[in-house]
Design a protein around this ligand. Structure first.
Ligand SMILES: C[S@@+](CC[C@H](N)C(=O)[O-])C[C@H]1O[C@@H](n2cnc3c(N)ncnc32)[C@H](O)[C@@H]1O
Length: 207
């Protein structure tokens, strides 16, 4: 039987309520490092990482209503107070609502690869969105990415390489919820590992 998903208002950030650049201290009620996950899916990473790092404020951004509702229900049931989630397009949110130098880490795990050439323009990673990420990152802040898709990984590493005056490589440490052989322990990573697909990871720091 399908589970009835609850709408936990305390974990939800409504894009229609946002008025200009967001103030993380007001939203979370405290001053703390800010980590943002783009494309949370069912929020497995957010739940495990936020539990492991209660001193960090986590914001998830998810576009798809089906995943977003599932994630809201899970975050609410776990009773975490250091997680918020917003249903919106990440590029739109970054451009309009994220203050400069406000984010300590972006987590982007298994972004949709849009394999068909005619769909490449839908990919999240492109020069304009990298500029948005860089603008929002604090100096010393990190960008962590995983994908199973070799050609998209090449494109991403090429973009990061082109931004090397602002970025330096750093080690990709496995996430809190990752089990043996996993990097981030998300639903898509688990699915891809079962299918024996390669997993590519990269982490960079803003200098
Ligand atoms: C392949 S899934 C990966 C989900 C999760 N990160 C994982 O590893 O299990 C990609 C996710 O990114 C979301 N997404 C795609 N484009 C997005 C965008 N522009 N803004 C926010 N979320 C987006 C999709 O709805 C989907 O949930």
């Amino acid at each position: 039987m399908a589970r009835i998903l609850k709408d936990y208002l305390s974990v939800v950030l409504k894009s229609e309520d946002l008025d200009g650049k967001i103030d993380f201290v007001r939203i979370f009620g405290r001053f703390a490092p800010v980590h943002i996950e783009i494309g949370t899916g069912k929020a497995t990473f957010l739940l495990n990482q936020a539990t492991a790092q209660p001193n960090v404020n986590f914001l998830g951004i998810e576009w798809a209503g089906k995943y977003y509702r599932y994630a809201v229900d899970r975050i609410g049931r776990w009773g975490l107070t250091n997680v918020r989630i917003i249903r919106t397009d990440a590029a739109h949110f970054l451009a309009g609502f994220l203050p400069d130098k406000s984010v300590d880490c972006f987590h982007i795990y298994f972004p949709d690869p849009w394999p068909k050439r005619r769909h490449h323009k839908r990919r999240f990673f492109c020069p304009a969105n990298l500029q948005l990420l860089l603008r929002a990152l604090k100096t010393g802040g990190n960008l962590k990415i995983t994908t199973d898709y070799a050609e998209y990984f090449e494109l991403i590493t090429g973009l990061l390489e082109a931004g090397k005056d602002q970025l330096e490589p750093t080690e990709f440490f496995p996430a809190a919820g990752a089990k043996d052989g996993e990097w981030v322990g998300t639903n898509f990573e688990r699915k891809y590992l079962k299918e024996r697909r390669p997993i590519y990871t990269i982490a960079v720091r803003k200098i």
